[in-house]
Write a protein that binds this ligand. Structure first.
Ligand SMILES: C[S@@+](CC[C@H](N)C(=O)[O-])C[C@H]1O[C@@H](n2cnc3c(N)ncnc32)[C@H](O)[C@@H]1O
Length: 241
């Protein structure tokens, strides 16, 4: 399968309006609070840290650049041409390589795997808002990229994050300000039930090597001035033995 025109347009519309200012986008928190925390959990489980690393659904590349400081060959891949433009603009030294691709498109992922061989994968916040028909193909793509030797670190907001956001949206102040463009472009947040996340990856032939909970720090604040943190789950995956 591949993503529908409506879904692609939603992301393209979002990224074409997004500012390149650090912290302008709801989920775009500093890497020290994001990929930095995940990497400490992920690295001990990498079977081969010298493989290329793909940041799948890299958005504007904030986390990709952090990863590119630590790994030899990092590729940021995103569905949206606008996201890739932001990512390249913010990486003038070209620390990472960026590609526009649809991670639910089998042929595009097979092509990437043919070029890079087995890779490690970082994927944050992509499964939970992708189209329901895209969930299994997306997990299958992660499995294809990993091949025999790669490992993936997947981070997704939990169901409780949806409840929290819904509660904030219904409050007097309405949705957090930086959520407004996300909702306006028709991007549906936190749609995958917790129990399904593991099942989706297992169905793609992947094994959960280790997992845990962590707050997903956003760049937005509640009316009382506290930074919004969403409950999230991280998983390290490898091919089932
Ligand atoms: C919530 S953002 C997270 C961005 C980034 N991973 C981060 O942690 O900052 C989700 C990203 O996934 C991208 N995306 C959604 N569906 C995709 C697909 N089928 N293939 C590739 N990228 C996709 C969107 O364009 C968007 O940039």
């Amino acid at each position: 399968m591949s993503a529908t025109r409506r879904y692609k347009d939603a992301w393209e519309g979002f990224w074409s309006e997004a500012s390149s200012e650090p912290g302008a986008v709801f989920w775009d928190a500093e890497p020290a609070l994001t990929a930095g925390l995940h990497l400490a959990l992920f690295e001990p489980h990498m079977a081969a840290a010298d493989l290329p690393l793909v940041d799948l659904g890299c958005g504007n590349g904030t986390q990709t650049r952090f990863l590119a400081d630590r790994f030899r060959h990092v590729v940021g891949a995103d569905l949206s041409a606008g996201a890739i433009e932001h990512a390249r603009y913010s990486d003038p030294a070209g620390q990472a390589e960026y590609r526009q691709l649809d991670a639910t498109d089998k042929a595009e992922i097979e092509q990437l795997h043919a070029e890079l061989g087995d890779t490690n994968v970082y994927m944050r916040g992509v499964l939970h808002q992708c189209e329901p028909e895209g969930r299994h193909p997306l997990a299958q793509s992660v499995a294809t990229l990993l091949g025999e030797r790669g490992r993936a670190c997947v981070v997704e907001p939990s169901q409780a994050a949806g409840t929290l956001l819904m509660g904030l949206a219904r409050g007097d102040a309405g949705p957090p300000p930086k959520m407004e463009p996300v909702l306006r472009h028709g991007i549906a947040p936190v749609e995958v039930p917790d129990a399904e996340v593991s099942e989706i990856f297992r169905a793609a032939g992947l094994e959960i090597l280790v997992s845990g909970e962590l707050p997903l720090t956003t760049t937005d604040y509640t009316p009382d001035g506290s930074r919004i943190e969403l409950p999230s789950r991280w998983l390290v995956l490898g091919r089932a033995g």
